[in-house]
Design a protein around this ligand. Structure first.
Ligand code: 4AD
Ligand code: MG
Length: 461
């Protein structure tokens, strides 16, 4: 393979012979020369190719090299005459791989709306914004593995098809090979014994329960994979298919859990600032003028830690009129979360000890009988980015809570076993990867930080 545009642009313009391959971003013509801006996605910058319009070796090709065309150009790398780039390629040979006719290629304008680009999700990676998002997403994935690897965590692949509902929220996609038009029935109900697994199956909403099985053997583990939620939420922060990072630590209480979560977020942000400076400059100039400063502040700040009860008092005393009225026991809505992080503390806030009624069955119950040892991390603009807790490690208490919540202990027998045999205090959390990318880039809509978004009523690709 030839050198990438990124590598070429770091070379001196000393006349050396170089071949570049990529797609034409823009073309400008003067009387005697043609300027082609070439991108190969390796950087947000383009390599300028200068071709003489009179040179018979390729002048015939130039009319066919419109925006979107794919080329291989060989020439000498020279110091650039123009501003904006230090080197440019003086073309000596051009090979046209494929044309992109201007009357049909959709990416003609300099800036298209994100709504329009969602309709051409297969071509949007060819724009500056989506190229930058893809590179930052990749760098963040790498940083996530690096963070856990450096701290001795074992990466565990938890299953995607599951027979249980981790969050108990019931918003799961069912997986079946039964004919939906006329499934086999038994006493008037669908006979799942004839389904592929001999029982009802779904796509997982979280790898946590299986993660706990590995944490109570290997002590420190994490998962990083796709999760699925059939939530009917048409918002800028919900996807039906999203990626989640879920560390789980044995011998760790809620305080250790909060410490590692805070350290984790700061580590990922520092990595992005250090390793993606050009893309971050791009987001800072085009998407959110404050983004680099905001991320820098988060790295420097100490996350505020308050409990749910004080958060509710704070909201009640705020004098703010919320769409959803506040009283102890409600689940905090995104308007409440944003008020707390944006108006009150102006930095990330960790809220702990939520009412048990609004949280999942597995969370450790506090002695007050009303709250559980949950911890959610809220950030400005987005609200919740992490949900986690210390887990209930006591067999009897866990069983009782499941019964209260109408969960059948028989279906969770193996999960209960983790408390029957060598139970230990343990904790973990889940970080929504796309929300973290939204935060790091300033991108407003979660559908623009995942290549092919899946949302309610949207499955175009
Ligand atoms: O708070 P959640 O539901 O927690 C869990 O699933 C736990 N089992 C995690 C654990 O303790 N191991 O989800 C965790 C995070 C949320 O804070 C949010 O960032 C993200 O996952 N998330 C979503 N992201 C995009 N689209 C959705 N529909 C999401 N639902 C949750
Ligand atoms: Mg949550």
């Amino acid at each position: 393979m030839e050198k990438s545009v990124k590598e070429i642009m770091a070379l001196p313009g000393d006349g050396r012979k170089i071949t570049v391959e990529g797609w034409v971003r823009t073309k400008r013509e003067s009387k005697s020369v043609c300027f082609l801006e070439i991108s190969d996605g390796s950087t947000v910058h383009n390599l300028q190719v200068v071709a003489s319009r009179e040179d018979p070796r390729y002048s015939a090709l130039i009319p066919r090299t419109a925006t979107g065309a794919s080329l291989r150009v060989t020439g000498s790398l020279v110091a650039s005459q123009g501003s904006g780039q230090s080197v440019e390629l003086a073309a000596e040979e051009i090979h046209l791989y494929g044309e992109a006719p201007a009357d049909t290629y959709p990416l003609q304008k300099k800036r298209h709306s994100f709504e329009f680009l969602r309709e051409i999700a297969h071509l949007r990676p060819r724009t500056n914004t989506f190229g930058a998002v893809a590179r930052v997403r990749s760098a963040m994935s790498f940083a996530i593995h690096k963070f856990f690897n450096e701290r001795g965590f074992v990466y565990v692949h938890t299953p995607i098809i599951t027979g249980n509902d981790c969050e108990g929220a019931g918003n799961m996609f069912q997986v079946t090979t039964l004919p939906l038009e006329g499934p086999p029935l038994h006493e008037g109900k669908v006979d799942y014994s004839q389904d592929f697994f001999g029982k009802k199956a779904s796509l997982t909403v979280s790898g946590q329960l299986e993660g706990e099985a590995y944490a109570t053997a290997l002590t420190k583990i994490y998962t990083f994979g796709p999760t699925f939620r059939a939530e009917n939420s048409n918002t800028s922060r919900h996807l039906a298919e999203f990626w989640m990072i879920e560390p789980e630590m044995a011998f760790c209480d809620i305080n250790g859990n909060m410490d590692i979560a805070e350290e984790f977020i700061k580590y990922i942000f520092s990595h992005v600032l250090e390793h993606c400076p050009d893309d971050m400059d791009f987001f800072n100039s085009r998407i959110d003028k404050e983004i680099i400063a905001t991320i820098g502040n988060i790295i420097e700040s100490r996350f505020e830690r308050i409990n749910y009860t004080s958060a509710v008092e704070l909201l009640e005393k705020s004098g703010e009129s919320f769409e959803f009225p506040v009283k102890w026991g409600i689940d905090l809505q995104s308007e409440h979360e944003r008020f707390i992080t944006e108006k009150v503390y102006k930095k990330p806030v960790i809220i702990t000890d939520y009412p048990k009624g609004i949280k999942a069955f597995y969370m450790k119950q506090n002695d007050d009988g009303k709250t559980v040892r949950a911890m959610d991390i809220l950030v400005p603009r987005l609200g919740e980015i992490i949900g986690g807790s210390e887990r209930e490690a006591d067999y009897e208490k866990l069983r009782a809570r499941m019964a209260e919540m109408g969960l059948d202990p028989k279906e969770y027998w193996w999960y209960l076993d983790l408390r029957r045999f060598g139970t230990v205090p343990h904790s973990g959390f889940g970080l929504g990867f796309e929300r973290l990318i939204q935060f790091a880039t300033g991108m407003q809509n979660i559908r623009d930080v995942i290549p092919f978004p899946r949302c309610v009523n949207t499955l175009d690709f």
